[in-house]
Write a protein of this length. Structure first.
Length: 297
């Protein structure tokens, strides 16, 4: 039982991080039906920006994260304006290829700036309480860092939900998701709303990158690839285009991965997680919380 609780805690910690990244995928897809494969690199940039602000500018931990969120939001907007906006009316395949190209470009740009070797996080900047154990019952152990990751992730997802459902920009996002042409006819600035969607999703991805780099004490230019693929899988698992679905999908994927590592083998942790995703998609193609799309004649 203790081992199960420990793996469950580990899985939920990973799951909320996957959910933060998956939300960025599903928001962009919900608004413009584009899979932004460069989103994983925004997550990677969040970690590198934070470490750079701490080591080069001497900023404390929390201000460095806030500044990294702003920088990643700007990067998300630039990504939209430069790479995706010119292809708004192009076939989807063109935008998809561009997204993959931007992912590779950002990976190589990070290698040029920060080098290709893994780097440790600046541990001296991490608040001391995060290194302490909150609960310890033998096999079951919960650290304050895990508590911090869980609380921050949940708070950000609640905040995003409130933005989507309680603000004008959130209403505009939902209008674009329903019908972009009709939203434009109602006076909504389509390009502005899409850029705001990229900015919001990118800032959440930045926080996820920081949390992972602190949790594993490592960051490297290709870290966004694997995390991005898993977050995309989480978005599909929950129902692509559904924000609550992305959150649930991230949780399920994280728990499946942790339980697979604990009860099967750490070598098959990814395989178990993806097996769960495939099973859900086979029996429920629209995802856990996605809606089936009916083609109208």
């Amino acid at each position: 039982m203790e081992q199960f609780l420990q793996q469950l805690v580990n899985g939920l910690t990973l799951g909320v991080i996957y959910a933060l990244i998956a939300v960025g995928y599903t928001m962009v897809y919900g608004v413009i039906e584009l899979i932004n494969f460069a989103h994983g690199e925004i997550y990677m940039l969040g970690a590198f920006f934070t470490v750079t602000f701490i080591s080069a500018l001497g900023l404390p931990f929390y201000p460095a994260i806030a500044l990294a969120m702003i920088c990643c939001a700007v990067c998300g907007v630039i990504l939209d304006v430069v790479a995706y906006r010119p292809l708004r009316n192009a076939p989807r395949l063109a935008a998809l290829i561009t997204a993959i190209g931007m992912s590779i470009f950002l990976q190589n740009l990070a290698m040029i700036i920060w080098g290709s070797r893994p780097k440790p996080f600046v541990q001296s900047a991490v608040p001391a309480y995060m290194k302490l154990v909150a609960l310890d019952f033998g096999y079951f152990r919960l650290t304050w860092l895990q508590v911090f990751i869980f609380l921050v992730s949940i708070a950000m997802m609640i905040g995003l939900t409130l933005i989507i459902h309680r603000t004008r920009i959130g209403t505009a996002m939902r209008a674009l998701a329903q019908n972009k042409t009709a939203a434009a006819l109602q006076g909504i600035n389509v390009n502005f709303v899409i850029s705001a969607t990229f900015a919001l999703g990118s800032s959440m991805g930045a926080v996820a990158g920081v949390l992972v780099s602190v949790y594993y004490n490592t960051l490297y230019p290709t870290m966004g690839y694997v995390a991005g693929v898993k977050a995309f899988a989480a978005a599909v698992l929950g129902g692509i285009g559904s924000v609550p679905g992305a959150m649930l999908g991230g949780m399920v994927l994280g728990v499946a991965e942790a339980l697979g590592a604990g009860y099967v083998s750490s070598l098959y942790r990814d395989g178990v997680a993806y097996a769960v995703m495939i099973a859900v998609i086979i029996f429920r193609p629209s995802g856990l919380l996605g809606r089936a799309v009916v083609d109208k004649a």
